[in-house]
Design a protein around this ligand. Structure first.
Ligand code: ATP
Ligand code: MG
Length: 310
């Protein structure tokens, strides 16, 4: 039980996001390790604070082996802190930085974990809204869990405006990007998470962000164009028909025709590879990442010269 922030001692920087820094911390009494996400506020920024409050509320309601657990939330004048489950092997983003391309067996395992997490969230009427490689974290057993509810929100009805949907454009579905396709239907949100999963799976297969040619530096207009009007998907020639069909079901532009989480959990791409082989593969693939992260991030912390959280 973490009672107060000063119970935690900083050990290293795990990463930095748009909203703040994530530290590896040790609970002084129990010696348990956690990840501490800090969100810094402008004192006057009530909107961000409200958003963070929502995030905390959602996190407290969540309890799934495929969603990163939040153990405590602390509020100070300028910051909000989330003590989370520490995910030893970092994010899928880190894995892709090192390996670029993953074998289909590994991708299948990753996709299955994400689908399990999404199934849990969608059953609770929670749209994640920001599925992308840096929000998919891996633990010591090679299990992938969904993290970061920065922009996810509880579906409360038809009153949410298009503007309340924010997230990372690259992984956003056509109906979220293009207001013309927006009809206020709450099921959009669930279908949007499936689209994002499709982009992630294709990225792991192709070795680069898949909706725009490799090496191109897209501007926002090009990105929106690729998502909303891009022609048939470019799949690597070596891709199996299973993974191709899976990706097509996720990246169906018309959200009403897109696969649902329930349908995709029965797809041969995720059902026909044994559980053991998937997790085993993932661990082998990410081994190199561990060393990479430790080197970089300890360096990072030393440069900043901080020790305790307070
Ligand atoms: P955004 O601000 O849009 O969410 P982001 O996902 O890159 O961007 P953070 O969620 O703050 O930013 O996370 C930054 C990095 O910190 C992640 O990419 C991951 O490497 C690391 N990280 C985050 N949470 C944990 C955790 N619970 N355990 C281990 N590492 C984590
Ligand atoms: Mg994140």
């Amino acid at each position: 039980n973490i009672e107060k922030l000063s119970d935690l001692e900083k050990l290293a920087v795990l990463g930095r996001g748009n909203s703040g820094t994530v530290y590896k911390v040790r609970h002084k009494r129990s010696s348990s390790i956690f990840a501490l996400k800090t969100l810094r506020f402008d004192r006057n920024s009530t909107i961000i604070r409200q958003q963070a409050g929502r995030e905390a509320e959602i996190l407290r309601r969540v309890d799934s082996p495929y969603v990163v657990q939040c153990h405590a939330v602390f509020d100070s004048e300028d910051d909000l802190y989330f003590a989370m489950e520490h995910m030893e092997r970092g994010s899928l983003h880190d894995v892709l930085l090192v390996h670029r391309i993953l074998p289909e067996d590994v991708i299948s395992g990753v996709a299955r974990c994400i689908l399990n997490g999404l199934q849990y969230l969608h059953e609770k009427q929670i749209v994640h809204g920001d599925i992308k490689p840096s929000n998919l974290l891996i633990n010591a057993e090679g299990v992938v869990k969904i993290a970061d509810f920065g922009v996810s929100r509880v579906v409360v009805g038809k009153h949410d405006s298009y503007e309340t949907y924010m997230g990372t454009c690259a992984y956003m579905s056509p109906e979220r990007i293009d207001p013309e396709r927006w009809d206020g239907n709450v099921d959009h949100g669930f279908a949007g998470d499936v689209w994002s999963l499709g982009v992630v799976v294709l990225e792991c297969l192709a070795g680069h962000y898949p909706l725009i040619g490799c090496g191109e530096k897209p501007d926002w207009a090009a990105l929106v164009c690729a998502i909303c009007f891009g022609e048939r998907l470019q799949m690597p020639k070596s891709a199996s028909s299973r993974i191709q069909s899976f990706v097509r079901r996720c990246l169906e532009k018309d959200w009403k025709k897109r696969g649902t989480v329930g349908e995709l959990l029965d797809h041969p791409f995720v059902t026909q590879i044994s559980f053991e082989s998937r997790h085993g593969y993932l661990l082998v693939w990410i081994q190199a990442v561990k060393e990479f992260r430790l080197d970089n991030k300890m360096e990072n912390l030393r440069a900043n010269g901080s020790d305790d959280v307070n």
